[in-house]
Design a protein around this ligand. Structure first.
Ligand code: ADP
Ligand code: ZN
Length: 286
């Protein structure tokens, strides 16, 4: 049996799965302090005989096995979690192989294996939610350097009519600072789900997201880009992103039909958990 932990800044999802990577049991609870939250994680997994666990965590996290803080959550504003040895805690409790990577990386793994990128070796997964993050499977492998990619913090060119200052505490008007969900609330004092679809804010978001699609396409040459996260629930945003991306790419590189290239996730609520099982199985093979 495999275990999966999808550790989000707002909520944790834990699940156990069978050899086919199907969910056998799944629980979810709010993210509070590390001690309290991990106590719930243990309470769940203690009931099962699991052979490996895959963790996809909110970040930033240390994924460099050579580093003295490997397995730690790094400089998060989330109270109690900065410099917390998350991987160490789980390993100490279970003494089985534990895979450790970002939430978007495990999502990329599962979409590549059995979701929108099934049968492909080069899949990019992006989430446009409370923050913006990306994970990629390239040549069948998760893409990581000395750290994990920080695809939400790339520089973008401002839309000429958008005077919003940006929300990123580090870069102000980076991609996440200009196009993540909370930027809608901050611009308009209303939630994204409440904004009418002909509002200019969608055009502004599409302007930034299309730049990201263009840059990531040029750098990574994925076969598909899967766009998840709450903001993508806007019924018209993806259409605008597609149009602007096609214009910006300018026929310079070959991409599939744009409707097959920029797509929603296929695995829905199980995208993270399924990736966690797959990642757990990979640890066992190592
Ligand atoms: P998280 O990133 O925390 O995992 P989500 O992916 O659900 O969470 O993203 C939450 C963000 O998505 C919030 O900023 C929320 O306002 C925004 N959001 C949710 N529904 C919509 C919608 N229909 N249109 C635009 N934005 C939305
Ligand atoms: Zn930033």
């Amino acid at each position: 049996m495999y275990g999966a932990i999808e550790a989000g800044g707002t909520k944790f999802v834990c699940a156990v799965g069978n050899e086919q990577f199907e969910v056998v049991k799944r629980v979810s609870f709010p993210t509070t302090t590390p001690e309290e939250t991990l106590a719930q994680v243990y309470q769940f997994f203690d009931q099962y005989n699991i052979h490996a666990i895959g963790i996809g965590s909110f970040g930033p996290i240390d994924v460099n096995p050579q580093s003295s803080t490997y397995g730690y959550i790094l400089n998060t504003p989330k109270k109690g979690w900065a410099n917390y040895n998350f991987l160490g805690a789980v390993k100490e409790r279970y003494r089985i192989p534990v895979g450790w990577t970002t939430d978007v990386n495990i999502a990329a793994l599962s979409e590549a294996d059995r979701g929108a990128g099934q049968g492909m070796n080069n899949v990019l997964y992006l989430t446009i939610g409370t923050g913006i993050g990306g994970g990629a499977v390239i040549n069948g492998q998760l893409l990581e350097g000395v750290g994990h990619p920080e695809m939400g913090h790339i520089k973008v060119q401002r839309h000429p009519n958008d005077h919003f200052q940006g929300l990123c505490p580090y870069h102000h008007d980076c991609l996440e600072g200009m196009a993540a969900g909370p930027t809608i609330d901050a611009r308009l004092n209303r939630k994204g789900a409440e904004i009418e679809q002909d509002h200019e804010v969608w055009g502004h978001l599409a302007h930034y997201l299309a730049q990201a699609m263009t840059n990531f396409s040029m750098i990574l040459r994925p076969e598909v880009i899967v766009l998840g996260g709450g903001v993508m629930k806007s019924p018209t945003l993806l259409k605008q992103v597609k149009q602007l991306t096609v214009e910006a790419l300018g026929n310079y590189i070959d991409i599939p039909d744009i409707n097959q290239y920029l797509v929603y996730p296929k695995l829905g609520d199980n995208v993270g958990i399924t990736g966690g099982f797959l990642f757990a199985a990979e640890q066992l093979e190592k």
